[in-house]
Design a protein around this ligand. Structure first.
Ligand code: GTP
Ligand code: MG
Length: 706
């Protein structure tokens, strides 16, 4: 089965159009068009597989890739590093792997056992002892030290590259597990895992019609969460999410929370895979109620989205693929009457062949078909839409330059025919000057807009930081009254807990609202700056030349809204009451309210600073990405025009010389007329081709949007 054949057609079509455009752009420099071609080549469907620890993510992915035992998948060890499997990406090597290590800054943050780790653990694992986590980061350091010696420090910020792939290789980098340290050789399990921030694996699989990047992630409830942020970042980059659940314990609150965050992101698809159905007794009947339960709970929690829910067993797919000694036995054990009944009910078909029965039952075929559809129907279409818009901008620029040239050649023809060459030579000289001036005006405009936009993003960062810290301050201040109310007469009321608890969710909401509002405001300002720059470029052209320049649109820029999976998941804050030292321990304890409040403030600021900063940076990055894409489009157009204008200028100079020479030579004039007429014909044909190309590209965009 080919995955995403329609998207392949779409990519090929656009690439073909770009080639045509290249041919039409005459002798001009083609760097801009080649850049677009590269962006098109670099497009990939991005799929992330997420879910709870041991749901079967890695097993599922192995089966998906048609490889048994490739990604480490077992009771032990577990996946601890985000692993990007890059399939058929043209710019990648055919096979091999690159492992990046944490840089010093990340490492320092991990080592100080920052709030980042604790916050997730507290939220995800209620009652989790955070001291254990501190201890864990210390252990991580020790592990790195023990395995790699002091050498590990010099590895920070570097990478390891391999021109080949093997399961053993991955085991050294992407998994952790108890036992991985005990008595194994230095070359073995998880040797570098502690230091590895992300893994990239390159392969070619003909089944995938388009370049595809599939990301395996550590379990979302992995207590060892130092990599939380790396995971989130990779989720922000993905367009399709496969949430793997275990049939026996489907859909925890953590899962729902996660799915909500993912589903909220613009234009992203979430597929639910209920795995491990083989572990349910009588799954031929029970699978339905499990799927229904998942569906209903999702509907209740996230009513605005309809989810695709698939059921299956990665283990079955894996068994179907195995060729080792035990393979046949494993297959036989799974190939039960229940399986046959399940297949009959679910698919109305029980294949003859055992391996095929297992494969069908695994749900993998279903998943591939669904994914193929999701990709074909425009996952990641935003990037493609942007490329299409950029192509249109180029077509507009080339069209303008071509019309301009036709006009100028036609003028030239009239002059030559009427033998008014003297005057025409002067007007040519004038046109050269105009072209030059227009060129430098455009340069200036674009540079100015670029500077303004950059300043805007930077300034917005400062404003945002200020507003956010005010929000935090005022929230903390608002807790003072609560604290004072709890502590009457400076003593703790009998039966009160020894801690002051603050619920942070109102603050979360404020911060999120602030970020969204801040983003929207800056986006509007960026958009209007870009639009006015585009308009100004247009007016320069229209003022200097007779033809009207059709302004390319600024549609389809990335980040219409701001969304991220990074979040402040710390839900509450706890401060122990500061009491005055006293002998009278049998009496009610005297509480130092002000000191308690200040401690709470210090704690709150220390805990909140890092996550807020990260959110803010993510927001600013979205702004500057949008701005950069807009400027890029204007620049592309400007560059295209400039090249056409320069070309024209060169031709004008040549013709000027020829005209001067031909002033009194009838035959030379006739030859020149013939050549000029031929040129007009070429230009007319080019204009016709450009219009056709524009129409078909616009058509492609409409399909993509649908
Ligand atoms: N019975 C059964 N076992 C499965 C299935 N899928 C995975 N397993 C087993 O579950 C164990 C864990 O599988 P993994 O693929 O490593 O799970 P994971 O989600 O990648 O786990 P982490 O990386 O630790 O988060 C392995 O022993 C698998 O063989 C399934 O569909 N049925
Ligand atoms: Mg795994």
């Amino acid at each position: 089965m080919r995955i995403a054949p329609l998207q392949r057609q779409q990519l090929d079509f656009l690439s073909g159009q770009l080639e045509k455009l290249e041919a039409m752009s005459g002798t001009a420099d083609r760097t801009e068009l080649q850049n677009l071609q590269e962006r098109l080549n670099g497009w990939a469907a991005k799929i992330a597989v997420i879910g709870q620890v041991k749901a079967g993510k890695s097993t599922f992915l192995n089966a998906f890739l048609g490889q048994h035992d490739f990604l480490p998948s077992d009771v032990n060890p577990w996946t601890s590093v985000v692993t990007n499997i890059r399939i058929n990406v043209p710019t990648d090597p055919e096979t091999g792997a690159v492992f990046h290590f944490f840089d010093e800054k990340d490492w320092a943050e991990i080592m100080d056992g920052s709030g980042q780790i604790r916050k997730m653990a507290e939220e995800l694992l209620p009652g989790f002892n955070t001291d254990i986590l501190k201890q864990q980061s210390e252990e991580l350091r020790e592990k790195a030290q023990r395995r790699l010696g002091d050498h590990y420090k010099s590895m920070l910020g570097s990478k390891h590259e391999y021109p080949f792939l093997s399961a053993d290789l991955l085991k050294r980098y992407v998994c952790a597990g108890p036992g991985s340290d005990d008595g194994l050789t230095r070359e073995s399990l998880g040797r570098y895992a502690a230091l590895t921030s992300d893994a990239n694996v390159f392969m070619r699989i003909p089944e995938f019609a388009v370049p595809t990047i599939v990301t395996d992630t550590p379990g979302v409830n992995d207590p060892f969460l130092v990599r939380d942020e790396v995971t989130c970042r990779s989720l922000d980059n993905s367009d399709v999410f496969i949430v793997v659940l275990s049939a026996q314990q489907p859909l925890t609150d953590v899962d729902i929370g996660l799915i909500r965050i993912l589903a909220q992101q613009d234009g992203k698809d979430v597929l639910i895979f209920v795995n491990r159905i083989d572990e349910l007794d009588g799954y031929d009947t029970r699978y339905e109620s499990v799927a229904e339960d998942v569906s209903e709970r999702l509907k209740k929690a996230i009513p605005e989205i309809e989810f695709t829910i698939l059921t299956g067993s990665a283990f079955m797919a894996d068994a179907a693929l195995r060729i080792d000694d035990e393979a046949e036995e494993v297959r036989a054990n799974l190939d039960t009457p229940t399986l046959a009944a399940y297949l009959k009910k679910r698919y109305g078909d029980v294949p003859q062949d055992r391996a095929e029965r297992l494969l069908l039952g695994s749900g993998l075929v279903d998943m591939k078909r669904t994914l193929s559809m999701v990709i074909d129907n425009g996952s990641g279409s935003r990037q493609i839409g942007q490329i299409i818009n950029d192509i249109e901008a180029q077509v507009a620029a080339i069209t303008f330059a071509t019309k301009r040239e036709r006009q100028s050649v036609e003028d030239e023809i009239t002059q030559v025919r009427e033998n008014k060459t003297q005057g025409f030579v002067a007007s040519l000289a004038q046109e050269i000057v105009t072209v030059k001036e227009a060129q430098s005006d455009l340069d200036f405009l674009v540079a100015a807009a670029n500077e303004k936009v950059e300043g805007l993003v930077e300034g917005s960062g400062t404003d945002l930081a200020k507003t956010l810290s005010e929000k935090v301050d005022s929230f903390i201040d608002s807790q003072r009254d609560r604290l004072y109310a709890l502590v009457a007469d400076d003593t703790l009321r009998p039966g009160r807990r020894g801690t002051f608890d603050v619920d942070l969710s109102p603050l979360h909401e404020k911060i999120e609202a602030t970020l969204h509002a801040g983003f929207d405001m800056v986006r509007d300002r960026i958009d209007s700056l870009l639009a006015s720059c585009m308009r100004d470029c247009g007016s320069i052209l229209n003022e200097n030349f007779d033809d009207t320049f059709e302004l390319p649109s600024l549609d389809g820029l990335p980040f219409d809204t701001f969304s991220t999976t990074l979040s402040m998941s710390k839900k509450s804050l706890q401060t122990t009451f500061e009491t005055e030292k006293s002998w009278t321990f049998w009496r009610a304890q005297k509480v130092d309210k002000e000191k308690t409040f200040e401690t709470m403030r210090t704690l709150a600021i220390a805990e909140l600073q890092a996550p807020i900063e990260k959110l803010m940076l993510a927001c600013m990055k979205a702004q500057s990405d949008r701005a950069a894409a807009g400027i890029e489009r204007i620049k592309v157009m400007q560059a295209m025009l400039e090249k056409a204008l320069v070309e024209r200028k060169e031709r004008l100079k040549e013709d000027q010389a020829l005209l001067e020479a031909a002033a009194n030579d009838e035959t030379a004039r006739a030859q020149m007329l013939e050549r000029l007429n031929g040129h007009v014909d070429t230009l007319n044909k080019r204009l016709h081709d450009l219009a056709t190309l524009e129409n078909s590209v616009v058509g492609a965009q409409i399909t993509e949007a649908a």
